[in-house]
Design a binder for this molecule. Structure first.
Ligand SMILES: Nc1nc2c(ncn2[C@@H]2O[C@H](COP(=O)(O)OP(=O)(O)OP(=O)(O)O)[C@@H](O)[C@H]2O)c(=O)[nH]1
Ligand SMILES: [Mg+2]
Ligand SMILES: [Zn+2]
Length: 291
């Protein structure tokens, strides 16, 4: 039987098949093959006890992609949620996360929530749309942008990422106006810090529509980026890099830099560039620490 892993606590997996939900262990052979099933995997199971809904995972189908932390596979898109206020937008963190998903080659979507509180969000929408990102402005409270959000999620596995308080749970409730998202459960886990890498769940909001509500990536993952590749992950930089005089230009101190030229010509935002420099410096400091 074929199913999807929708939950994992230590070595127990929750598997959803067409009509049932099973609790399963993984076959020992996976250990030898050095592969561990993860949430999001499509697996082949053998049912060992139909009454108790017990099964064994026999085979893991090839993954489209894999994220280490939060540990999840076959992700279609990552939804980065920020809010206009309480907490105010952390664009440095957003840019770090965007760079990281560029590296993972997973499509990001930016959502700015609580637009009922603040008008200035329009600049953010404009800045990131210009780069080529999909940006959605929402208010979970006033139910603005919810319909469009719903259509973005349809038939996909989406990972929600965002700081505490931006409105992840409120949005999920607005989207599906039901308690089945177990909002409380997710929040509580986050607050107690219990939502570790071994304790991940995805929620089926509609048939074939899954979301994972996670605290997002930490700084830990982002430092996997090398300074030399960072510019590649700033989407709007790539077109301008050939205009740099020096191959391997870091766009920090070099003369005749295509990125700096593009800033003068208003093709790249000064603020994004400044955040690039901050992230570059942070990565550089880490690299020097490794020696
Ligand atoms: N004004 C306004 N308040 C909102 C909106 N969305 C959420 N809030 C409020 O913001 C607070 C935090 O919302 P949550 O949905 O719990 O945030 P969260 O991202 O799930 O937070 P964690 O579970 O801690 O990660 C709550 O008091 C919500 O009522 C919105 O669109 N407008
Ligand atoms: Mg929450
Ligand atoms: Zn340059």
């Amino acid at each position: 039987m074929r199913g999807r892993i929708i939950g994992n606590i230590s070595n127990t997996y929750t598997i959803k098949t067409e009509n049932e939900i099973y609790e399963a262990y993984a076959r020992g052979k996976f250990k030898n093959e050095e592969i561990t099933p993860v949430v999001g995997d499509i697996v082949e199971i053998e049912v060992t006890d139909e009454e108790k809904k017990n099964a064994i995972i026999e085979k893991i189908e090839e993954r489209k992609n894999y994220i280490k932390r939060p540990r999840i596979s076959n992700v279609d898109q990552i939804i980065f949620i920020i809010s206009t206020k309480h907490p105010k937008p952390d664009l440095l963190m957003l840019d770090k996360q965007l760079a990281y998903v560029e590296k993972l080659k997973i499509e990001p979507i930016i959502v700015i929530n609580k637009i009922d509180l603040e008008e200035t969000y329009r600049q953010i929408v404009e800045e990131y749309s210009k780069i080529g990102y999909k940006v959605l402005a929402t208010s979970a409270k006033e139910k603005i942008g919810i319909k469009e959000f719903k259509s973005i999620l349809k038939n996909k596995i989406s990972v929600f990422s965002g700081n505490s308080g931006v409105g992840k749970s409120s949005i999920i409730n607005a989207l599906f106006n039901s308690e089945k998202t177990q909002e409380g459960e997710i929040s509580q886990k986050n607050k107690k810090g219990k939502n570790t890498t071994t304790d991940i769940k995805i929620y089926e909001l509609e048939k074939d529509t899954y979301i994972a509500d996670t605290p997002g990536f930490s700084n830990f993952e982002i430092i996997e980026i090398e300074t030399t590749e960072l510019d590649k992950y700033f989407r709007e930089f790539s077109k301008q890099i050939p205009n740099c005089e020096f191959i391997g230009c870091t766009h920090i101190k070099e003369q005749n830099c295509g990125i700096k030229k593009a800033i003068d010509e208003n093709k790249i935002s000064q603020e994004r560039y400044e955040r690039y420099c901050l992230i570059y410096k942070e990565l550089k400091d880490r690299e020097q620490h490794r020696w």
